[in-house]
Write a protein of this length. Sequence first.
Length: 263
Amino acid sequence: MVTLALITGATSGLGKALAKSLSQNKIPLFLTGRNKDALEKMQNELILQTEVSIFAADLSVPKERFALLEEISKKKPDLVINSAGFGLYGKALTHPLAEQLKILEVNAFALTEITLEAARALIGEKKPGVIMNISSAAGFFPTPSFSIYSASKAYVIHFSQSFDAEVKKHGIRVLVSCPGQIKTSFRERASSGLNKNQESFEAMSVEKAARLILKQIKYKKPIEIIDFRYKVLVFLAKFILPKKVMQKRIEEELEMRIRSKIL
């Protein structure tokens, strides 16, 4: 039985859906996100179902991450879901370097620090637990016009699987989930607001994504691509379609997400 679940990126999208699902099962929550007001609103909503503590932190800022790590060391959550993450559509050189580095700060550095500190805290208490790192189907192949994001998600996949092998003997599992498109505000942020309210028919609901991720946690499956369509896509990219063909198709799709609101 989970005694405390930490969720990053908990105020929107997938993180919010996961928090709501866990609260329905009366699991105590430790929620973090950038927006303090949004966190307090969630706390007031979910506290009717379970215990909820919050901690506002911008994971792209090292000082704020370190403050969160101290809280993790104290609270020792036995379920950690690293849901926070973002990307930017477009050629890498079209974005300021500082913005590109923020992607790595959140998607890679913060996730790594939280994973390591959570595992260290649990091992110190001789306590079992699960750490779920949210990657992406994009992490399985090079993605022009989304290069920093896809690279960061590839890192998440390899780090999570490797670290899982290291800490499994302590009763700690490090899982990684790789969703495809989800109906969240991710597209809007990734396109710098140009793709607002535009959804792809291929995108799954955030509720479905949360349900599948929680199912993966329940059965402690090391890695899962969500959903079946993306399993097929990854298979084709790895074994069937020429790399150049796949990269070109992905690049065209990503560029369309930007242009479609400009034209």
